[in-house]
Design a protein around this ligand. Structure first.
Ligand code: AMP
Ligand code: MG
Length: 308
């Protein structure tokens, strides 16, 4: 692909983890598998490292990053936890839950990581590779999805290289991600009220935010495959690549058995296939709006909305 970096592909063994930790210590960029999607990690406490993430992704500077930590103690050094936040963290961490909390004034975070907000998004991931890396280092990692801004998220190392080869120092190949859609983002407001900013693998009973664009995962157009996308299709036109589900057969299927967890884990792989196919348009079978189906449909609606 060309670029100023010779991107290394690392194994997820001890040697690969040690090499990734060394690159990160130096302020470099490493794409790392997590249980949701591959994240593009850099140390969150250094401005030059955080700036590299925005540059590699072509990410607008107003879009803040999620900070990944090894422990609840490390999280408490960055954000203020009230009882509600504490309860959610204890219940769901490590796991695909991101909490948006008041940022501690003395937190050692590059300002770009929070895009100047007085809140910070933080999570403790549950993937063995990401956890091994976090244990090797003594600083938090900022890690948005490892793709060019606005495009389809990566669930394999090959997806990462397809958009970031030559733009990052390394990728750790840890196989396909399990959950397949990005973390559920929950904001804990003053007084303990909670609000879902982005639906995800964890279903949490709370109001879905309709307010301004606080989390650009909420932008109308995101995850864009670069072609028109038509949703809720049971029979495709000839020039359409159809992504099937359940009894709707497709050029590929999210889940022939109609299993929503499998569908989530295969969502981005199917969108990558559809984007790469010769067909000029994409159709997607209906997916039920229950459980993780809500997160799948949220991503599909944004993929179907053309960029400005
Ligand atoms: P990505 O990691 O690329 O999936 O994107 C991270 C998501 O977290 C984006 O939608 C961000 O806008 C959101 N986010 C990060 N920090 C904050 C924050 N302080 N307040 C609200 N949303 C945030
Ligand atoms: Mg993203």
């Amino acid at each position: 692909m060309g670029g100023k970096y010779a991107t290394e592909t690392l194994g997820s063994d001890e040697g690969g983890i040690a090499r990734a930790a060394a690159i990160l210590r130096d302020g470099g960029l490493v794409a790392v598998p997590t249980e949701t999607v591959y994240g593009l990690a850099a140390r969150a406490d250094r401005a030059d490292a955080a700036a590299r993430i925005y540059e590699a992704k072509g990410r607008p500077s107003f879009n803040p990053l999620i900070v990944h930590v090894a422990s609840l103690d490390a999280a408490r050094e960055i954000a203020v936890f009230d009882d509600t936040a504490e309860t959610l963290a204890v219940k769901y961490w490590p796991g695909p839950l991101t909490l948006v909390l008041p940022r501690r004034r003395d937190a050692s975070l590059a300002p770009a990581v929070t895009a100047g907000l007085d809140t910070v998004a933080i999570r403790m991931p549950n993937h063995p590779v990401m956890r091994d890396i976090l244990r090797e280092i003594d600083f938090p990692l900022a890690a948005p999805s490892a793709n060019r801004s606005g495009f389809i998220s990566p669930t394999t190392a090959a997806h990462v290289l397809a958009s970031l080869d030559g733009r990052i120092d390394a990728v750790i190949d840890g196989g396909a991600c399990k959950a397949g859609v990005e973390s559920t983002i929950v904001a804990v407001r003053e007084g303990g009220e909670i609000e879902i900013l982005r639906p995800g693998p964890l279903e949490i009973a709370a109001r879905l935010s309709e307010g301004g664009i606080e989390a650009p995962g909420q932008l109308a157009s995101h995850y864009a495959p670069g072609k028109p996308v038509r949703l809720d299709v049971t029979s495709a036109d000839r020039d359409e690549f159809i992504i099937g589900f359940s009894e709707v057969k497709g050029d590929c299927s999210l889940s022939p058995e109609g299993d929503l967890d499998e569908a989530a884990s295969r969502l981005y792989a199917c969108l990558h296939l559809a984007a790469a196919s010769k067909k000029p348009r994409i159709a997607v079978a209906p997916v039920p709006e229950t459980g993780i189906g809500k997160a799948i449909n949220d991503r599909l609606r944004r993929a179907a909305t053309p960029p400005d």
